[in-house]
Design a protein around this ligand. Structure first.
Ligand code: GAL
Length: 683
């Protein structure tokens, strides 16, 4: 991955701030804003994200005066600016003049303006206008002393990730020509002999629009790739304008690595920005279907670790999260006291070099007026404001953490292409949720205090003692080879059901499942036996003790070179191995052919970790969140207690938040809903 990492000239220490939307307020308020930002310790704000209509009120007029004054005021107040290209939401005049810019959904419905992001990612008209705006902004503000970072668009693809219009169809065909070269190659890749879909002219090819039956899965997969790439092209186009005009100002765009947001393959975007930034909102009541829902703090940790993973381990920036409730869930639950602090600092523990919120001042009008902000409707006499000021103090106390890195012994592979492919329709079971499965394994490690890097499959695995690859459904030949080489050289790998099943075109790898990993795992699966909702199966290990339970999925599996670790104890597959381990070269490859219950995963991982030599970040009570960040001179151990009872930890060092000195190897009590950040100097 060709990264172009620049150490962004963040405010000294950790960044702290928010989206700032002064255009929603009269000018007198701006002065109060800057005063209060200083009071809270804010040092970075993102400005102009939704300002296009204000900056260019008609196709031929520009109004920058207000933004000049905003940037000057912020600069006078010592607050740095992450300036947006303002292209996220086109003004009504643009879509009125060019309705073809508006996106069209899978069912052929045009999506009008009135909300936001009313643009088709492949529209040349949108591209032209957005780049013109980018150029104007970069030219005018490129030399402004407040500017430290460019913010391309906003959450690219949040609402318009997949457009099915005719312009997108033509762009899709262009993308397919690049990928497949010839129609024959495309027909082969898409398996078009099935259901008489053979294409004889490129013009016959469409996006996977609403059809009478299941749409060709390879076509769906390519459209997912194309759609992610189309948005990335917009990112690149804006970034190129910015780099041409201000080569020294780093560029970011806020990713959405959270929850079920899956349309953007951020692993393939990260090399296109100078700094990875991410937005994170807890899933809350919107929640997933049935099944295990990871606790919010575990989901947060997973998302943060994945953000660091796509950033290649570099520090990153939390661009948005919420001080309390959001506005877009059925019931928007407020954050309990202490929750915002723990959540924000959990991101810092996991490599964020700054925490920002949506937004500075809660709006009084518009769709997000009930969304929390740093400065709530109630003003400064409020729990939120007191917490905001307190967090500013905490971040100042943690300044020296900036630039340090999280270094882990365990990696968990996360692959957007496997996510897309494993959840296509007409599969053996529609109950598989790729991210939930990964989260389940992650949660077992989180509970045990084991630090994990969540990384894309292209990551160098050599330094890890243990690699987990849950449901790596789509496996390229290269990934198959890399994992085998990792194990052969002494690595420990654990993979699970429905992994290694298809190639990059979503074609089955034949000869027995999991085709990509048969030799590595030393097993051969001849048939899937998915389980109906509510059905569980008993699983017995060789060891004495209570049995395990599993659900969702089982497989008719035979051992080749592997040995059985556990077998089904009932049902149609009684006696068949459910968990296996295989020696391969100098390493070991574990296979879990079913969806184990959380206790079973935890128990299995104790054994797998012991053999791999992967240890917790410290000796602590179960459930204490532990992460280490390492800097050139010091190491920082974060221990976060999300529970209502005190939790103990054996460690020493200076608690950066309180200044307390703790003797080495002593027991420290972390109060409920609180944390310690212990610094130990390198010898
Ligand atoms: C993000 C977005 C913000 C705001 C926020 C509300 O998706 O970037 O502009 O809408 O959500 O939670």
């Amino acid at each position: 991955m060709p990264h172009r990492w620049i150490r962004w000239p963040r405010p000294a220490g950790l960044a702290y701030g928010a989206d700032y939307n002064p255009e929603q307020w009269p000018e007198e308020v701006w002065h109060e804003d800057v005063r209060l930002m200083r009071e809270a310790g804010v040092n970075l704000v993102s400005v102009g994200i939704f300002s296009w209509a204000r900056l260019q009120p008609t196709p031929t007029t520009w109004e920058f005066g207000w933004l000049d004054r905003v940037l000057d005021l912020l600069h006078e107040g010592g607050i740095s600016v992450d300036l947006a290209t303002a292209t996220a939401s086109p003004p009504p005049w643009l879509t009125r003049a060019h309705p073809e810019v508006l996106p069209i959904d899978r069912e052929g419905r045009r999506l009008h303006h009135g909300g936001r992001q009313a643009w088709c990612p492949s529209s040349p008209i949108y591209r032209e206008h957005s780049l013109r705006l980018t150029e104007e902004i970069a030219t005018r503000y490129g030399g402004h002393p407040a500017l430290v970072l460019w913010h391309v668009s906003n959450e690219l693809g949040c609402h318009n990730a997949r457009c099915y219009c005719d312009v997108s169809a033509a762009a899709f065909r262009g993308w397919l020509r690049e990928r497949h070269g010839t129609l024959d190659a495309l027909n082969a890749a898409w398996g078009t002999d099935f259901w008489s879909q053979v294409y004889s002219d490129w013009e016959e090819i469409l996006p996977p629009r609403l059809a009478a039956s299941f749409v060709n899965p390879s076509q769906q997969l390519d459209f997912a790739r194309f759609s992610s790439d189309a948005l990335r092209d917009q990112l690149r186009a804006e970034r190129d304008v910015l780099r041409r005009i201000t080569p020294d100002v780093p560029v970011t765009t806020n990713f959405m690595i959270m929850g079920e947001t899956r349309n953007m393959n951020y692993a393939s975007w990260a090399g296109d920005v100078d700094l990875v930034s991410n937005d994170h909102y807890p899933e809350g009541a919107r929640a997933c279907p049935e099944g295990a829902r990871a606790r919010p703090e575990v989901e947060l940790a997973f998302s943060a670790d994945l953000t660091r993973g796509v950033a290649g381990g570099e520090p990153w920036l939390l661009m948005e999260h919420a001080t309390s409730a959001v506005n877009w869930q059925p019931v928007n639950v407020a954050t309990p006291p202490g929750g915002m602090r723990l959540g924000s600092l959990a991101h810092v523990a996991r490599g964020a070099d700054g925490v920002c919120f949506f937004q500075w001042r809660a709006s009084r009008a518009g769709a997000e007026k009930y969304h929390s902000g740093m400065l709530p409707h109630a003003g400064t006499r409020s729990k939120i404001w007191r917490d905001v000021v307190g967090l500013g103090r905490d971040l100042a106390a943690l300044a020296e953490v900036a630039g340090s890195r999280v270094v882990s012994e365990v990696a968990l592979l996360f692959d957007w292409e496997s996510w897309w492919a494993s959840e296509l329709d007409s599969h053996p079971s529609d109950r598989l949720r790729y991210r939930e499965i990964a989260l389940g394994w992650y949660e077992a490690l989180w509970q045990a205090g084991v630090q994990v890097d969540v990384v894309p499959p292209g990551t160098d695995l050599a330094g890890y003692r243990l690699v987990l690859a849950p449901t790596l459904h789509l496996t390229t030949d290269e990934t198959g080879r890399r994992l085998a080489a990792y194990v052969e050289a002494g690595g420990h790998l654990l993979t699970t059901y429905f992994s290694g099943i298809v190639d990059e075109n979503d074609h089955i790898r034949l000869g027995g499942y999991p085709g990509a990993f048969r030799d590595l795992l030393g097993v051969r699966v001849e048939e899937f036996f998915p389980l109906l909702p509510g059905v569980t199966t008993a699983v017995r290990t060789d060891a004495a003790g209570p049995g395990w339970t599993a659900a969702d999925w089982t497989e008719l599996l035979e051992l080749d070179t592997a040995t059985a670790v556990a077998r089904y104890a009932d049902g149609p597959l009684a006696g068949v191995p459910a968990v296996t381990v295989n020696r391969y070269g100098a390493g070991r490859a574990w296979y879990v052919a079913t969806q184990l219950a959380p206790e079973a995963m935890a128990a299995l991982l104790v054994r797998v970790r012991a053999e791999a030599g992967a240890t917790p970040a410290a000796d602590a009570a179960p459930g204490l969140e532990l992460v280490r960040r390492s800097g050139p001179e010091a190491e920082f151990l974060f221990a976060l207690n999300h529970s209502d009872a005190p939790a103990r930890l054996r460690a020493g060092g200076t608690d950066l938040l309180t200044g307390t000195e703790h003797a080495p190897e002593g027991w420290i009590e972390v109060p409920p809903r609180d944390l310690v950040v212990l610094r130990t100097r390198r010898p």
